[in-house]
Design a protein around this ligand. Sequence first.
Ligand SMILES: C[S@@+](CC[C@H](N)C(=O)[O-])C[C@H]1O[C@@H](n2cnc3c(N)ncnc32)[C@H](O)[C@@H]1O
Length: 224
Amino acid sequence: MRLERVAAHVPAGARLADIGSDHAYLPVALMARGAIAAAVAGEVALTPFTAAQRTVHESGFAQRISVRRADGLGAIMAHDDISAISLCGMGGETIRDILEAGKAHLSGRERLILQPNGGEPPLRQWLMDNGYRIVGEEVLRENRFDYEIIVAERGAPVAYSAQQLYFGPLQLQARSPAFLLKWQRLLRQKQRVLSHLARARQALPEAKVRDIARQARWIAEVLA
Ligand SMILES: C[S@@+](CC[C@H](N)C(=O)[O-])C[C@H]1O[C@@H](n2cnc3c(N)ncnc32)[C@H](O)[C@@H]1O
């Protein structure tokens, strides 16, 4: 379901670079549906790279999906004429670092379809700082995990508030059932941590405790 929802944000006929592709399931599924024109599956690690090569070979799409062993956006070549980049199933900071390190490979015309596992605020911060506007957002739950999808495109500069960076500017507006459930769960978790800290009088840096308390306050305000 997670990759299905990611797939839904890939524009029809896109030339997709799926970075950290692992088995290359996303590009192969999209190609099998005739939803994309071409793809690059990039992988840094040998075992998933070999798995991607196998999936693509067995799918019969080897002419249209290039599997490349490379670090991050280094898998993208100028002649690929990429129009969409997906980075899924990694921490938000890792995705941010891959984007930052690979800026030279971005033309600015690509749609970014990002599915971070946590660490969303620093990723949104990078998008804002680098001229991207968030054009789509989703929260979904699968196998007892909450996942987020962030879709971004280059556009006029935007200034997101600290709360918008924390919750997601569009999710904050839409307040979907999955979004509310995610933050209800996180509020309970943060309240448990705070009451444990208060009881145990553990020596956690004061700034850290204040930060958790601030997050709990923001969440409570959003859910109120
Ligand atoms: C958990 S898997 C996610 C696979 C797939 N994208 C998904 O969402 O199901 C993360 C993959 O990213 C790859 N990866 C991590 N850092 C990378 C980088 N800098 N460049 C390319 N691939 C990377 C890992 O080798 C791993 O196969």
